[in-house]
Design a protein around this ligand. Structure first.
Ligand SMILES: NC(=O)c1ccc[n+]([C@@H]2O[C@H](COP(=O)([O-])OP(=O)(O)OC[C@H]3O[C@@H](n4cnc5c(N)ncnc54)[C@H](OP(=O)(O)O)[C@@H]3O)[C@@H](O)[C@H]2O)c1
Length: 272
């Protein structure tokens, strides 16, 4: 897909991965419509981006959990030619399910799954007006591998992967393509210090958000749509888990005491 002079709606734009996606896509010549709840941060981000040729970047400060916020975003987008929607806003709470706050459980599933589904539905008529357009959903490796301490997050990201697969097939005879990208652990504020410490203890790799953003820009530029897990061996683990889930059960059972220790400390806000 041609990035120069395209218009891209990016949710979660002020976050670790989102701000790098904004930088990389704008650097490649796109005009950005950046979405988060924080107007000041959005304005600061826009100031740091190259000025687009076609029209200024836009900042839309809305709460995506709020139907009125999504409607406001849709109304603004209806005045533009939208080429790409990137559903990137997300949240996670590393916790054992029995210790998790029910409202936090619900919020993860709402923001990570319901919001992309509903926002895509609202913007799809606008995307279909374009000769060539796309939806990019930012999932997670935990959308292919159920991981202890992340039950609600996994539920949301497994759901997002299923949504992306079905939508890709539903839109196969239209001009709208669908990409589902599943990063592995990435160094952003999404992960608490205890999550980072657990990843170090377990030897789980953590990517730089800029690398993740560059990978996504390349996939879009090269029109490599479909589904993709970022990182090796996570791609292999996802594949093994799909074919031989009992094998993953066995290896995660060995990690469980460490995961449990960090999840309980995270829940208490304590050091491990
Ligand atoms: N970091 C990782 O290890 C990792 C790994 C795999 C997948 N991912 C996925 O990558 C995506 C981005 O993650 P990240 O690490 O960049 O997270 P992050 O740094 O925590 O950023 C989250 C973004 O979402 C926005 N947001 C949160 N709640 C919102 C709401 N109610 N309405 C509108 N915007 C909201 C935040 O802005 P405001 O708070 O200002 O609204 C922020 O811009 C997520 O979907 C995540 O699940 C991350």
């Amino acid at each position: 897909m041609r990035i120069p002079n395209s218009t891209i709606v990016l949710t979660g734009a002020t976050g670790g991965i989102g701000s790098q996606l904004a930088t990389e896509f704008a650097g490649a010549g796109a005009r950005m419509i950046l979405v988060s709840r924080d107007q000041t941060q959005l304005d600061a981000l826009i100031k740091a981006l190259p000025v687009p040729e076609i029209a200024p970047h836009l900042a839309v400060a809305v709460d995506l959990l709020d139907a009125a916020g999504r409607q406001k975003l849709r109304d603004i987008c209806a005045q533009q030619d939208i080429d790409l929607l990137i559903n990137n806003a997300g949240t996670n709470d590393f916790n054992l399910l029995e210790n998790a706050d029910p409202a936090t459980v619900a919020r993860q599933i709402e923001l990570n799954l319901m919001v992309p589904v509903l926002l895509t539905q609202q913007l799809l008529p606008l995307l279909r007006r374009r000769p060539s357009s796309a939806v990019v959903n930012i999932g997670s490796a935990f959308g292919s591998i159920g991981y202890p301490g992340y039950a609600a997050y996994c539920a949301s990201k497994f759901g997002l992967r299923g949504f992306s697969e079905a939508l890709r097939r539903e839109l196969a005879d239209t001009s709208v393509r669908v990409l589902h990208v599943a990063p592995r652990a990435t160094r952003t504020a999404l992960n608490s210090d205890r999550v980072v410490a657990m990843n170090v203890a377990l030897g789980n790799a953590m990517d730089d958000p800029r690398q993740v953003a560059r990978f996504i820009v390349q996939r879009v530029q090269n029109e490599r749509w479909g589904h993709c897990v970022i990182g090796w061996p996570e791609r292999l683990y996802a594949w093994i888990n799909a074919l031989l889930p009992a094998m993953t059960d066995g290896s995660l059972r060995k990690q469980l005491p460490v995961i449990r220790k960090f999840a309980e400390a995270n829940s208490r806000g304590a050091n491990v």
